[in-house]
Design a protein around this ligand. Structure first.
Ligand SMILES: [Zn+2]
Length: 156
């Protein structure tokens, strides 16, 4: 039975920790593809959650794609002492593959967070409340603008 000495890798980012997984061959074509699909899908949604992990994950996915291509070139197993693993659905048709969008989500959240921080520390916005008309008439203008003498300036 044809077998390939290949390694399929997985990665899990755990914010402060991370975990590497590795399945080393020899594996037949069917088992290799089955393991590739399983571990790569898990890595796609578990791999991004850490600073170092964020950069490890694409490298591991590319590494696995190379192994997948090598398994794909092999002849299917003709006979064996036990049946091969069930390869299942391709990675792209598994829910976990949606994890490929996680980097965009993380970068988006960081960008929104940065904007939010800028707004809340921005000392340039003050509420000028016209005391005659009440708080409902508050307007937000720059702190350094010449406020009406009759208005109350409240820092936001
Ligand atoms: Zn096998």
């Amino acid at each position: 039975m044809p077998a390939l000495n290949a390694t399929v890798r997985g990665h899990q980012g755990l914010v402060v920790m991370m975990q590497f997984r590795k399945v080393r061959g020899p594996l037949c074509r069917t088992c290799g593809i089955a393991i590739f699909r399983d571990i790569t899908t898990k890595t796609l949604w578990q791999g991004w959650w850490g600073i170092l992990s964020f950069f490890c994950t694409p490298a591991i996915v590319i590494f696995n794609l190379v192994a997948r291509a090598r398994f794909g070139l092999m002849a299917p197993p003709a006979s064996g002492w036990r049946p091969p693993l069930e390869p299942g659905k391709p990675v792209i048709r598994r829910a976990g593959a949606l994890g490929v969008f996680a980097p965009f989500l993380i970068v988006g959240v960081l960008a929104i967070g940065a904007e939010h921080r800028e707004n809340s520390t921005g000392a340039s916005k003050c509420a000028h409340v016209n005391s005659a008309q009440g708080a409902a008439e508050a307007t937000f203008t720059g702190c350094d603008s010449k406020a009406d003498a009759s208005s109350v300036v409240t820092h936001r």
